[in-house]
Ligand binder design. Structure first.
Ligand code: ADP
Ligand code: MG
Ligand code: MG
Length: 211
């Protein structure tokens, strides 16, 4: 079916919040190993605030909703990820201007806009051991699968798998941006927390799209 409206998008946000709540220790430990240990807490504050604002946000059209999500993320999440997610959502909002629903083409445009916003804002590229390393392969897989004309089931499966594989590959990367660059071994041997939580969001999003 694959159509997301404003309410579906907030249902997705709430689902991410739940999934994050189950992974507090795991994600906190990832950021303790290569950063300052607050990545889970930062995202938790943002997604909890968004969950509290669900009714207000889902009453908006998608473009306004995504913009408001971005503003809340920028204000509440803090850390590097707050600014990066904030810009990602502000750019995604522009994609949905005058559009009523997110179909598979729009979701591609949203993810691609988020990727470009994060790369620009963070001055980072794939291979720098950041959240980009799960989003970039997901966008690439999305594009390839769309062009192939595969089923939406196949599309969602491949995009989520590409994000997960991308996150896994950060384990053997040396950090070029973010706090892991301050580690003597540049975070080698550890997963990047931001790449892991990005993959988690992509997985939940693709599942939501299939519902
Ligand atoms: P902080 O590092 O300020 O404590 P968080 O812990 O919330 O912020 O987020 C850290 C994550 O942000 C990293 O794991 C990485 O994925 C991502 N990140 C950090 N700097 C950048 C950047 N310049 N570009 C893209 N992503 C980045
Ligand atoms: Mg941190
Ligand atoms: Mg911090």
């Amino acid at each position: 079916n694959f159509t997301l409206n404003s309410k579906d998008y907030m249902d997705y946000i709430v689902a991410v919040n739940q999934e994050l709540n189950e992974k507090e220790e795991y994600i906190t430990n990832l950021d303790l190993a290569t950063g300052d240990g607050d990545h889970w807490a930062n995202l938790h504050m943002g997604f909890t605030k968004l969950t509290e604002e669900k009714e207000r946000l889902e009453a908006m059209d998608l473009s306004s909703e995504l913009k408001e999500i971005g503003k809340i993320m920028m204000a509440v999440i803090g850390g590097s990820s707050g600014v990066l997610y904030g810009s990602a959502y502000l750019h995604a909002s522009k994609v949905m201007k005058d559009k009523e629903a997110i179909h598979k083409e729009e979701l591609f445009e949203i993810l691609n806009a988020m990727l470009n916003a994060i790369m620009e804002r963070g001055q980072a590229k794939p291979g720098f051991k950041t959240m980009i390393d799960s989003l970039y392969p997901a966008v690439e897989a999305y594009k390839a699968t769309l062009e192939e004309g595969a089923s939406v089931e196949e599309l969602c499966k491949r995009v989520a798998a590409a994000a997960e594989k991308g996150a896994e590959e950060t384990r053997n990367m040396e950090s070029i941006k973010g706090r892991a660059t301050y580690q003597s071994n540049k975070g080698m041997g550890h997963l990047d927390p931001g790449a892991v939580t990005m993959a988690l969001q992509i997985k939940v999003l693709m599942n939501k799209a299939l519902e």
